[in-house]
Design a protein around this ligand. Sequence first.
Ligand SMILES: *Cc1c(COP(=O)(O)O)cnc(C)c1O
Length: 393
Amino acid sequence: MPDKQHQLGFETLAVRAGQHRTAEGEHAEPIFPTSSYVFENAAAAAARFSGEQPGNIYSRFTNPTVRTFEERLAALEGGECSVATASGMAAIYACCAGLLKTGDHIVSSRSIFGSTTLMFTNYLQKFGIETTFVALDDLNAWEAAIRPATRMLFLETPSNPLTEIGDIRALSSLAHKNDCLLVVDNCFCTPALQQPLALGADIVIHSATKYLDGQGRCVGGAVVGSREVVGQDVYGFLRTCGPTMSPFNAWVFLKGLETLRIRMQAHCASAQQLAAWLEDQAAVRRVYYPGLASHPQHALARAQQTGSGAIVAFDMHGGTPAAWKLIDATRICSITANLGDTKTTITHPATTTHGRLTPAQRAEAGISDGLVRVAVGLENIDDLIADLGQGIA
Ligand SMILES: *Cc1c(COP(=O)(O)O)cnc(C)c1O
């Protein structure tokens, strides 16, 4: 592996970055399922513990397989460093717990993952960290919500399920003008389609559970950013408080990264075809997909993403009964709220992911009763269109 990793292309880094071959000469990356590491003698142990000598001590602190995943993901996001976590939620929690304190304030997009909203309102709130939620695409609202105590701006883009786009460049200027960190959950695009750090974000969050694995096997997450912020404060929280990634899961994810770009390109190509087909169906009132010219932020999506992603949402005429009928008529799509899998999934947000909201809250969030979300997998696209077509007919 040459030193100057930044000169290598994405596909090369995805396959090669972070591998440190052992004396066995293995070609594929090994898994190191070990909880602790041994030292030559007592003096070496003391030097390792005092930090005088670098190296492994215990797998809550460092593990070679986990490190390979971290280095590979950091290279793909263009970040100095990354830390792997037990889940995507653990990544968001480690980021907040490592960087914030009582009295601090977060401004967050209101269109974020449900558990993230609950973490902000039910748990961070308990420790005196408040959150104000704003509309993702309303820059004035973000600016108006910032207080002297605001330390962090948080968003996902594209949003779930309506695929609204947040302007990462504009929000990063706003964050930095106000001495805040911009944190972007890059789960939907992955670095194969969008690199938030290059657009000015300070921290990237991942739920590796989704496209980084890409085959629905393991739960994991990561935080990517600078050595100073992520390598010190977020890592410090993780190694002490413990929501670290297992070496086996790290191995699954690091192998997933090798095929990330070609998988994302295939997901995007199928999603684009499906979205275009849906727009022509009389039973469909509206289609939400950033790759369609009809998407209100199509130009912004094209400016900051190299692909439109694989989440397609559409509003059926006829509300919940029509949406349920369509979902139940499918034979290939899996009825599940997960996404980022080779297998296409289909959900009815109003009665599942957004079911706990009141009708008024749902209306404000734009979640209509006829809305259906499809996370397009890697099956044959003609089969998928036929599968949805029999439900729509
Ligand atoms: C799934 C998801 C998470 C949470 O990740 P887990 O791995 O399930 O903990 C966070 N953000 C987004 C956008 C997600 O889709």
